[in-house]
Design a protein around this ligand. Structure first.
Ligand code: SF4
Length: 364
């Protein structure tokens, strides 16, 4: 049993989440003033569970996760609130302490494996280096052996030979497998996967998602999967956090949110997904307009300029008052940010596309 598995088990025994984000805000200076990329975000991830974070570009999903990894320039950005990883507060922590946690307690798989891997170093050398950072007493021979073992675990054929390949000698799917191997080489308690399958074709995408799920069970890691692809969320996530303009707008159990959303933006995302049961000529319903500028976000509910339900709320509330994140009607843990008083009734009357229903059944 590894030290990191013990950490995950220790945290599980206390009943505490492996990650607790509370009232997190992230601001960056720009030439036009401060930009608030994430506002008052709170969520938790339990040991061994998967949280899917979904939203359009600029919604704050990647920025908030980079804050968890301590990857923002501490001098340039302003980060407030609390981020606790296995009980340790990391907001305001020194870079030296964060470096010890990164890779060891929390690791990230980036979407562009070709950019994330150094083109001039052999795959095995990069894996071994990641291992040695957290196992300084290990020999280079041990680190190479560990690299081969991890390549084998992520399904790279002939790992003892391919360990000496350069990144350009791997296919896209193999590079992403190598990234997963690097992410897991130190048995982190929490793995953050940022659009891990975006650059891959659908067959390889399915293989990579299966691999992630298998390894998550084996390593008992918690996973955050960041994606705009609701099919990926349906397959992977226990809980779903929907973000818009830097804020959480709906959060709760994945199955409930994917089948009975109560916030119009979530509804819009789901309505723009192909229905697996509909005929192939069925039209998708895109969300009108574009995401807002975070430098000058709309007043009130940030989604109101695009929301087709804003006129159902009296007294122009949608354009004047930011809705609070309040309990929805889909059971414990479900919250939504919307003024609509009867969202559950409105949306019950409409029919959502079925996002891979067999995946939802399997996953829940
Ligand atoms: Fe739409 Fe108003 Fe709800 Fe915002 S608060 S999602 S504008 S109905």
């Amino acid at each position: 049993m590894t030290e990191q598995t013990t950490t995950a088990q220790r945290v599980a025994e206390t009943g505490d989440p492996i990650l607790a984000v509370e009232d997190l805000s992230v601001r960056f200076p720009t030439e036009d003033g401060y930009l608030t990329a994430v506002s008052n975000l709170s969520y938790t991830v339990e040991v061994g569970k998967t949280l899917g974070i979904v939203g359009e570009s600029g919604s704050g999903k990647s920025v908030s996760s980079m804050a968890v990894l301590g990857l923002h320039d501490a001098k340039a950005s302003k980060i407030t609130g609390s981020i606790r990883i296995a009980g340790t507060e990391v907001v305001g922590i020194s870079e030296a302490k964060m470096r010890k946690m990164r890779g060891n307690q929390v690791a990230m798989i980036f979407q562009d494996a070709l950019a994330a891997l150094h083109p001039f170093y052999k795959i095995g050398g990069q894996l071994a280096e990641a291992y040695l950072v957290h196992h300084p007493s290990a020999s280079k021979r041990d680190a190479r052996r560990k690299a081969i073992e991890m390549l084998d675990r992520v399904g790279i054929p002939q790992p003892d030979r391919r360990v000496d390949d350069f990144p350009h000698q791997f296919s896209g799917g193999m590079r992403q497998r190598a990234m997963i191997a690097m992410g897991l080489i130190n048995d982190p308690s929490l793995l953050i996967a940022d659009e891990p399958t975006t650059a891959l074709d659908v067959t390889v995408q399915a293989q990579i998602l299966d691999l992630l799920q298998d390894l998550q069970r084996e390593f008992n890691s918690a996973v955050i999967i960041i994606t705009h692809d609701l099919g990926v969320i349906a397959e992977m996530a226990d809980d779903v956090l929907v973000m818009y303009a830097g804020r959480a707008v709906e959060y709760g159990p994945g199955k409930e949110i994917l089948t009975h959303p109560e916030m119009p933006y979530t509804w819009g995302l789901l309505s723009s997904v192909p229905d697996v049961k509909a005929d192939t000529d069925a039209r998708l319903i895109p969300i009108p307009g574009n995401p807002p500028s975070l430098l000058s976000p709309p007043s009130g509910c940030s989604f109101h300029p695009r929301c087709v339900h804003a006129d159902k709320v009296p007294a122009n509330l949608c354009s004047t008052e930011l809705p609070e994140l309040l309990p929805g009607s889909r059971g414990p843990g479900h919250v939504k940010r919307c003024h609509l008083p009867n969202a559950d009734e409105i949306f019950q009357a409409e029919v959502l596309p079925e996002i891979a229903p067999e995946l939802l059944e399997e996953n829940n």
